[in-house]
Design a protein around this ligand. Structure first.
Ligand code: NAD
Ligand code: TDX
Length: 334
Protein backbone atom coordinates (compact mmCIF):
# COMPACT_ATOMS: atom_id res chain seq x y z
CA UNK A 1 0.00 0.00 0.00
CA UNK A 2 1.10 3.58 -0.75
CA UNK A 3 0.48 6.37 1.78
CA UNK A 4 0.88 10.14 1.50
CA UNK A 5 1.46 11.93 4.83
CA UNK A 6 1.13 15.72 4.80
CA UNK A 7 2.99 17.62 7.50
CA UNK A 8 5.23 14.62 8.18
CA UNK A 9 8.15 16.85 9.22
CA UNK A 10 6.08 18.33 12.05
CA UNK A 11 5.63 17.01 15.59
CA UNK A 12 2.76 14.54 15.31
CA UNK A 13 3.30 13.75 11.62
CA UNK A 14 6.96 12.78 12.18
CA UNK A 15 6.01 10.53 15.10
CA UNK A 16 3.30 8.98 12.86
CA UNK A 17 5.86 8.30 10.13
CA UNK A 18 8.21 6.71 12.69
CA UNK A 19 5.42 4.48 14.02
CA UNK A 20 4.37 3.45 10.52
CA UNK A 21 7.92 2.71 9.37
CA UNK A 22 8.42 0.57 12.48
CA UNK A 23 5.18 -1.37 12.44
CA UNK A 24 4.07 -1.53 8.79
CA UNK A 25 6.97 -2.62 6.59
CA UNK A 26 4.66 -3.15 3.59
CA UNK A 27 3.66 0.53 3.35
CA UNK A 28 5.41 2.90 0.92
CA UNK A 29 5.51 6.27 2.68
CA UNK A 30 5.65 9.64 0.92
CA UNK A 31 5.85 12.79 3.04
CA UNK A 32 4.68 16.15 1.66
CA UNK A 33 5.84 19.06 3.80
CA UNK A 34 6.52 22.75 3.14
CA UNK A 35 9.17 22.89 5.90
CA UNK A 36 7.75 26.01 7.49
CA UNK A 37 9.38 27.22 10.73
CA UNK A 38 7.57 24.25 12.38
CA UNK A 39 8.83 21.56 10.01
CA UNK A 40 12.22 19.93 10.56
CA UNK A 41 13.90 17.44 8.20
CA UNK A 42 15.97 16.21 11.15
CA UNK A 43 12.81 14.72 12.69
CA UNK A 44 12.70 12.29 9.76
CA UNK A 45 16.40 11.36 9.76
CA UNK A 46 15.83 8.08 11.67
CA UNK A 47 13.49 6.89 8.88
CA UNK A 48 15.18 8.60 5.91
CA UNK A 49 15.74 5.34 4.03
CA UNK A 50 12.08 4.30 4.44
CA UNK A 51 10.40 7.39 2.97
CA UNK A 52 10.20 9.61 -0.09
CA UNK A 53 10.30 13.24 1.00
CA UNK A 54 8.65 15.91 -1.17
CA UNK A 55 9.32 19.52 -0.23
CA UNK A 56 6.13 21.33 -1.24
CA UNK A 57 2.98 23.15 -0.24
CA UNK A 58 -0.42 21.50 0.19
CA UNK A 59 -1.99 24.46 -1.64
CA UNK A 60 0.02 23.61 -4.79
CA UNK A 61 -2.83 22.12 -6.84
CA UNK A 62 -0.72 20.48 -9.56
CA UNK A 63 1.74 18.94 -7.08
CA UNK A 64 -1.01 17.67 -4.79
CA UNK A 65 -2.96 16.21 -7.71
CA UNK A 66 0.12 14.35 -8.97
CA UNK A 67 0.99 12.94 -5.54
CA UNK A 68 -2.59 11.95 -4.68
CA UNK A 69 -3.00 10.22 -8.06
CA UNK A 70 -0.12 7.95 -7.02
CA UNK A 71 -1.31 6.93 -3.55
CA UNK A 72 -3.92 4.73 -1.86
CA UNK A 73 -4.29 6.74 1.34
CA UNK A 74 -3.80 10.37 2.44
CA UNK A 75 -3.26 11.17 6.13
CA UNK A 76 -3.47 14.94 6.51
CA UNK A 77 -1.48 16.39 9.43
CA UNK A 78 -0.14 19.57 7.78
CA UNK A 79 -1.40 22.72 9.47
CA UNK A 80 -0.46 25.98 11.05
CA UNK A 81 -0.87 24.70 14.59
CA UNK A 82 -0.04 27.37 17.18
CA UNK A 83 -2.80 29.46 18.77
CA UNK A 84 -0.49 32.31 19.80
CA UNK A 85 0.77 32.73 16.23
CA UNK A 86 -2.78 32.79 14.90
CA UNK A 87 -3.53 35.80 17.12
CA UNK A 88 -0.59 37.69 15.61
CA UNK A 89 -1.19 36.80 11.95
CA UNK A 90 -4.18 34.66 10.93
CA UNK A 91 -3.42 34.56 7.18
CA UNK A 92 -1.07 31.53 7.11
CA UNK A 93 -3.78 29.67 9.06
CA UNK A 94 -6.42 30.48 6.45
CA UNK A 95 -3.98 29.55 3.67
CA UNK A 96 -2.83 26.19 4.98
CA UNK A 97 -5.72 24.98 7.11
CA UNK A 98 -8.59 26.03 4.84
CA UNK A 99 -7.18 26.42 1.31
CA UNK A 100 -4.73 23.53 1.80
CA UNK A 101 -7.42 21.14 3.05
CA UNK A 102 -9.68 22.11 0.13
CA UNK A 103 -6.83 21.40 -2.29
CA UNK A 104 -6.36 17.92 -0.82
CA UNK A 105 -10.09 17.22 -0.82
CA UNK A 106 -10.37 18.09 -4.50
CA UNK A 107 -7.52 15.72 -5.29
CA UNK A 108 -8.85 12.77 -3.26
CA UNK A 109 -12.26 13.38 -4.85
CA UNK A 110 -10.78 13.32 -8.38
CA UNK A 111 -8.75 10.16 -7.74
CA UNK A 112 -11.13 8.42 -5.28
CA UNK A 113 -8.45 8.06 -2.61
CA UNK A 114 -9.12 7.21 1.05
CA UNK A 115 -8.52 10.29 3.26
CA UNK A 116 -8.00 10.68 7.00
CA UNK A 117 -8.25 14.17 8.46
CA UNK A 118 -6.34 15.10 11.63
CA UNK A 119 -8.07 17.70 13.76
CA UNK A 120 -8.30 19.04 17.26
CA UNK A 121 -10.68 19.16 20.24
CA UNK A 122 -10.40 22.96 20.10
CA UNK A 123 -13.14 23.03 17.44
CA UNK A 124 -15.60 22.54 20.33
CA UNK A 125 -14.55 25.67 22.22
CA UNK A 126 -13.96 25.32 25.96
CA UNK A 127 -15.61 24.04 29.14
CA UNK A 128 -15.92 25.52 32.62
CA UNK A 129 -13.47 24.14 35.20
CA UNK A 130 -16.27 22.65 37.32
CA UNK A 131 -18.39 21.36 34.41
CA UNK A 132 -18.67 17.55 34.65
CA UNK A 133 -19.25 17.46 30.87
CA UNK A 134 -16.62 16.39 28.35
CA UNK A 135 -16.60 16.82 24.57
CA UNK A 136 -18.26 14.09 22.50
CA UNK A 137 -18.73 13.67 18.75
CA UNK A 138 -22.10 15.43 19.16
CA UNK A 139 -20.81 18.58 20.89
CA UNK A 140 -21.63 21.66 18.74
CA UNK A 141 -18.71 23.44 17.10
CA UNK A 142 -17.79 26.67 18.92
CA UNK A 143 -14.13 27.55 18.19
CA UNK A 144 -12.50 30.52 19.95
CA UNK A 145 -9.24 31.41 18.17
CA UNK A 146 -8.25 32.02 14.56
CA UNK A 147 -6.37 28.68 14.72
CA UNK A 148 -9.31 26.66 16.01
CA UNK A 149 -11.73 28.42 13.64
CA UNK A 150 -9.65 27.43 10.64
CA UNK A 151 -9.42 23.84 11.92
CA UNK A 152 -13.22 23.82 12.41
CA UNK A 153 -13.59 25.12 8.85
CA UNK A 154 -11.38 22.33 7.55
CA UNK A 155 -13.46 19.69 9.38
CA UNK A 156 -16.66 21.09 7.86
CA UNK A 157 -15.10 21.00 4.40
CA UNK A 158 -14.32 17.30 4.90
CA UNK A 159 -17.92 16.63 5.95
CA UNK A 160 -19.22 18.52 2.90
CA UNK A 161 -16.94 16.62 0.50
CA UNK A 162 -18.01 13.35 2.12
CA UNK A 163 -21.69 14.06 1.75
CA UNK A 164 -21.73 15.92 -1.58
CA UNK A 165 -19.07 14.00 -3.48
CA UNK A 166 -18.84 10.66 -1.66
CA UNK A 167 -15.22 11.19 -0.60
CA UNK A 168 -14.11 8.22 1.56
CA UNK A 169 -13.02 10.10 4.67
CA UNK A 170 -12.73 9.85 8.42
CA UNK A 171 -11.98 12.67 10.89
CA UNK A 172 -10.30 12.54 14.28
CA UNK A 173 -10.31 15.31 16.88
CA UNK A 174 -7.58 14.82 19.45
CA UNK A 175 -6.66 16.60 22.67
CA UNK A 176 -3.26 18.18 23.52
CA UNK A 177 -0.28 16.02 22.56
CA UNK A 178 3.11 15.81 24.24
CA UNK A 179 6.23 13.79 23.49
CA UNK A 180 9.42 13.94 21.39
CA UNK A 181 9.94 16.29 18.40
CA UNK A 182 7.42 18.93 19.56
CA UNK A 183 8.37 22.50 18.62
CA UNK A 184 9.73 24.62 21.49
CA UNK A 185 6.97 27.20 21.01
CA UNK A 186 4.45 24.79 22.60
CA UNK A 187 3.77 24.77 26.35
CA UNK A 188 5.54 21.61 27.56
CA UNK A 189 8.70 21.80 25.38
CA UNK A 190 8.97 25.53 26.03
CA UNK A 191 9.10 24.96 29.78
CA UNK A 192 11.35 21.87 29.63
CA UNK A 193 13.93 23.56 27.38
CA UNK A 194 13.65 26.70 29.49
CA UNK A 195 14.45 24.81 32.70
CA UNK A 196 17.30 22.97 30.95
CA UNK A 197 18.82 26.35 29.99
CA UNK A 198 18.21 28.12 33.29
CA UNK A 199 15.03 30.02 32.36
CA UNK A 200 12.00 30.03 34.69
CA UNK A 201 8.77 28.49 33.27
CA UNK A 202 6.08 30.97 32.17
CA UNK A 203 2.46 30.39 33.06
CA UNK A 204 -0.22 32.34 31.22
CA UNK A 205 -2.67 34.15 33.52
CA UNK A 206 -3.31 32.28 36.76
CA UNK A 207 -2.21 28.90 35.36
CA UNK A 208 -5.62 27.38 36.06
CA UNK A 209 -6.42 26.35 32.48
CA UNK A 210 -6.84 22.61 31.98
CA UNK A 211 -5.65 20.57 29.01
CA UNK A 212 -6.38 16.86 28.41
CA UNK A 213 -2.85 15.55 27.74
CA UNK A 214 -2.21 12.53 25.54
CA UNK A 215 1.14 11.06 24.53
CA UNK A 216 1.76 11.50 20.79
CA UNK A 217 2.27 7.74 20.39
CA UNK A 218 -1.23 7.08 21.72
CA UNK A 219 -2.65 9.68 19.31
CA UNK A 220 -0.98 7.91 16.43
CA UNK A 221 -2.05 4.37 17.36
CA UNK A 222 -5.59 5.78 17.52
CA UNK A 223 -5.19 7.26 14.02
CA UNK A 224 -4.14 3.85 12.68
CA UNK A 225 -7.08 2.20 14.47
CA UNK A 226 -9.45 4.63 12.73
CA UNK A 227 -7.82 4.10 9.31
CA UNK A 228 -8.01 0.31 9.77
CA UNK A 229 -11.43 -0.03 11.35
CA UNK A 230 -13.28 3.32 11.32
CA UNK A 231 -16.60 3.81 9.53
CA UNK A 232 -16.35 6.06 6.48
CA UNK A 233 -17.93 9.46 7.06
CA UNK A 234 -17.48 9.13 10.83
CA UNK A 235 -15.77 11.42 13.35
CA UNK A 236 -13.83 9.96 16.31
CA UNK A 237 -12.60 11.84 19.37
CA UNK A 238 -9.15 10.80 20.63
CA UNK A 239 -8.25 11.32 24.29
CA UNK A 240 -6.55 9.47 27.14
CA UNK A 241 -8.27 10.89 30.26
CA UNK A 242 -5.30 13.15 30.96
CA UNK A 243 -6.84 16.35 32.37
CA UNK A 244 -4.20 18.43 34.21
CA UNK A 245 -4.08 22.16 34.95
CA UNK A 246 -1.15 24.15 33.58
CA UNK A 247 0.28 25.02 36.98
CA UNK A 248 0.49 21.36 37.93
CA UNK A 249 2.26 20.60 34.63
CA UNK A 250 4.88 23.27 35.35
CA UNK A 251 5.33 22.16 38.97
CA UNK A 252 5.80 18.55 37.81
CA UNK A 253 8.43 19.55 35.22
CA UNK A 254 10.29 21.56 37.88
CA UNK A 255 10.19 18.66 40.35
CA UNK A 256 11.33 16.12 37.75
CA UNK A 257 14.23 18.42 36.84
CA UNK A 258 15.27 18.76 40.49
CA UNK A 259 14.08 22.36 41.02
CA UNK A 260 11.83 23.90 43.63
CA UNK A 261 8.28 23.66 42.31
CA UNK A 262 7.69 27.38 42.92
CA UNK A 263 10.47 28.43 40.50
CA UNK A 264 8.11 29.78 37.81
CA UNK A 265 6.66 33.14 36.72
CA UNK A 266 3.16 34.22 35.80
CA UNK A 267 3.09 36.12 32.49
CA UNK A 268 0.46 37.96 30.45
CA UNK A 269 -2.52 35.78 29.59
CA UNK A 270 -3.40 34.70 26.03
CA UNK A 271 -6.33 36.75 24.68
CA UNK A 272 -9.46 34.58 24.50
CA UNK A 273 -7.60 31.79 26.36
CA UNK A 274 -9.74 28.62 26.38
CA UNK A 275 -10.31 27.50 29.97
CA UNK A 276 -10.61 23.73 29.76
CA UNK A 277 -10.68 20.92 27.20
CA UNK A 278 -11.84 17.39 28.05
CA UNK A 279 -12.43 14.45 25.72
CA UNK A 280 -14.88 11.57 26.03
CA UNK A 281 -13.35 8.92 23.72
CA UNK A 282 -15.98 6.23 24.38
CA UNK A 283 -16.83 5.77 20.69
CA UNK A 284 -13.22 5.08 19.73
CA UNK A 285 -12.73 2.69 22.64
CA UNK A 286 -16.00 0.74 22.45
CA UNK A 287 -16.63 0.67 18.68
CA UNK A 288 -13.03 0.29 17.51
CA UNK A 289 -11.35 -1.25 20.59
CA UNK A 290 -8.55 1.33 21.01
CA UNK A 291 -6.84 1.87 24.37
CA UNK A 292 -3.99 4.25 25.24
CA UNK A 293 -0.69 2.84 26.50
CA UNK A 294 0.70 5.94 28.26
CA UNK A 295 -1.70 6.12 31.21
CA UNK A 296 0.78 7.73 33.64
CA UNK A 297 1.32 11.40 32.69
CA UNK A 298 4.17 11.89 35.16
CA UNK A 299 6.29 9.09 33.69
CA UNK A 300 5.42 10.16 30.13
CA UNK A 301 6.58 13.66 31.07
CA UNK A 302 9.80 12.29 32.62
CA UNK A 303 10.57 10.40 29.38
CA UNK A 304 9.86 13.58 27.38
CA UNK A 305 12.24 15.59 29.59
CA UNK A 306 14.91 12.92 28.98
CA UNK A 307 14.33 13.19 25.22
CA UNK A 308 14.84 16.99 25.24
CA UNK A 309 17.89 16.63 27.47
CA UNK A 310 19.39 14.10 25.03
CA UNK A 311 18.46 15.99 21.85
CA UNK A 312 19.54 19.56 22.43
CA UNK A 313 20.95 19.76 18.89
CA UNK A 314 17.41 19.19 17.57
CA UNK A 315 15.78 22.07 19.48
CA UNK A 316 18.57 24.54 20.32
CA UNK A 317 18.58 26.24 16.87
CA UNK A 318 14.91 27.24 17.32
CA UNK A 319 14.98 28.33 20.95
CA UNK A 320 16.26 31.92 20.76
CA UNK A 321 14.03 32.92 17.83
CA UNK A 322 10.98 31.41 19.53
CA UNK A 323 11.60 33.32 22.76
CA UNK A 324 12.25 36.53 20.78
CA UNK A 325 8.87 36.08 19.07
CA UNK A 326 7.11 35.75 22.44
CA UNK A 327 8.89 38.87 23.70
CA UNK A 328 8.03 40.92 20.62
CA UNK A 329 4.38 39.80 20.89
CA UNK A 330 4.35 41.65 24.24
CA UNK A 331 4.70 38.83 26.77
CA UNK A 332 5.72 40.21 30.15
CA UNK A 333 6.08 38.90 33.69
CA UNK A 334 3.15 39.78 35.99
P1 NAD B 1 3.36 21.18 13.76
O1 NAD B 1 3.18 22.65 13.68
O2 NAD B 1 4.40 20.61 14.64
O3 NAD B 1 3.64 20.60 12.28
C1 NAD B 1 2.96 21.06 11.15
C2 NAD B 1 3.72 20.57 9.91
O4 NAD B 1 2.97 20.98 8.74
C3 NAD B 1 5.12 21.17 9.77
O5 NAD B 1 6.05 20.16 9.40
C4 NAD B 1 4.96 22.20 8.65
O6 NAD B 1 6.15 22.40 7.89
C5 NAD B 1 3.86 21.56 7.81
N1 NAD B 1 3.12 22.55 7.01
C6 NAD B 1 2.59 23.71 7.45
N2 NAD B 1 2.00 24.37 6.43
C7 NAD B 1 2.16 23.58 5.32
C8 NAD B 1 1.75 23.69 3.97
N3 NAD B 1 1.07 24.78 3.54
N4 NAD B 1 2.06 22.71 3.11
C9 NAD B 1 2.75 21.62 3.54
N5 NAD B 1 3.16 21.45 4.81
C10 NAD B 1 2.87 22.42 5.70
O7 NAD B 1 1.92 20.60 14.11
P2 NAD B 1 1.51 19.34 15.01
O8 NAD B 1 1.44 19.76 16.42
O9 NAD B 1 2.32 18.17 14.61
O10 NAD B 1 0.01 19.13 14.51
C11 NAD B 1 -0.27 18.25 13.42
C12 NAD B 1 -1.77 18.20 13.22
O11 NAD B 1 -2.40 17.72 14.39
C13 NAD B 1 -2.42 19.55 12.92
O12 NAD B 1 -3.42 19.35 11.94
C14 NAD B 1 -3.02 19.97 14.26
O13 NAD B 1 -4.13 20.81 14.06
C15 NAD B 1 -3.42 18.63 14.81
N6 NAD B 1 -3.50 18.53 16.28
C16 NAD B 1 -2.42 18.90 17.05
C17 NAD B 1 -2.48 18.73 18.43
C18 NAD B 1 -1.33 19.09 19.32
O14 NAD B 1 -1.44 19.01 20.53
N7 NAD B 1 -0.17 19.48 18.77
C19 NAD B 1 -3.65 18.23 19.01
C20 NAD B 1 -4.73 17.86 18.21
C21 NAD B 1 -4.62 18.00 16.83
O1 TDX C 1 4.40 29.56 27.66
C1 TDX C 1 3.24 29.13 27.75
N1 TDX C 1 2.58 29.21 28.94
C2 TDX C 1 1.31 28.74 29.11
O2 TDX C 1 0.76 28.84 30.23
C3 TDX C 1 2.56 28.50 26.63
C4 TDX C 1 3.26 28.40 25.29
C5 TDX C 1 1.29 28.03 26.82
N2 TDX C 1 0.67 28.15 28.02
C6 TDX C 1 -0.68 27.57 28.22
C7 TDX C 1 -1.70 27.88 27.16
C8 TDX C 1 -2.57 26.65 27.19
O3 TDX C 1 -3.53 26.75 28.24
O4 TDX C 1 -0.50 26.15 28.17
C9 TDX C 1 -1.61 25.52 27.52
C10 TDX C 1 -1.11 24.76 26.31
O5 TDX C 1 -0.66 25.72 25.36
P1 TDX C 1 -0.18 25.29 23.89
O6 TDX C 1 0.94 24.32 23.97
O7 TDX C 1 0.03 26.54 23.10
O8 TDX C 1 -1.42 24.44 23.35
P2 TDX C 1 -2.97 24.80 23.08
O9 TDX C 1 -3.18 26.25 22.82
O10 TDX C 1 -3.76 24.14 24.16
O11 TDX C 1 -3.18 24.01 21.68
C11 TDX C 1 -2.57 22.72 21.49
O12 TDX C 1 -3.50 21.68 21.62
C12 TDX C 1 -4.48 21.56 20.63
C13 TDX C 1 -1.90 22.63 20.11
O13 TDX C 1 -0.95 23.69 19.98
C14 TDX C 1 -2.91 22.68 19.01
O14 TDX C 1 -2.28 22.49 17.75
C15 TDX C 1 -3.89 21.57 19.24
O15 TDX C 1 -4.92 21.67 18.29
Amino acid sequence: MRMLVTGGAGFIGANFVHLTARTRPDIEITVLDALTYAGNRASLEPVADRITFVHGDITDTALVDRLVADTDLVVHFAAESHNDNSLGDPWPFVHTNIVGTTTLLQAVRTHDVRYHHISTDEVYGDLELDDPARFTENTPYNPSSPYSSTKASSDLLVRAWTRSFGVRATISNCSNNYGPYQHVEKFIPRQITGVLTGVRPKLYGAGLNVRDWIHVEDHNTAVWTIIDKGALGQTYLIGADGEVDNRTVVETILELCGHDKSDFDFVTDRPGHDLRYAIDSTRLRTELGWTPRYSDFRSGLAATIDWYRDNESWWAPQKAATEAAYASAGERTL
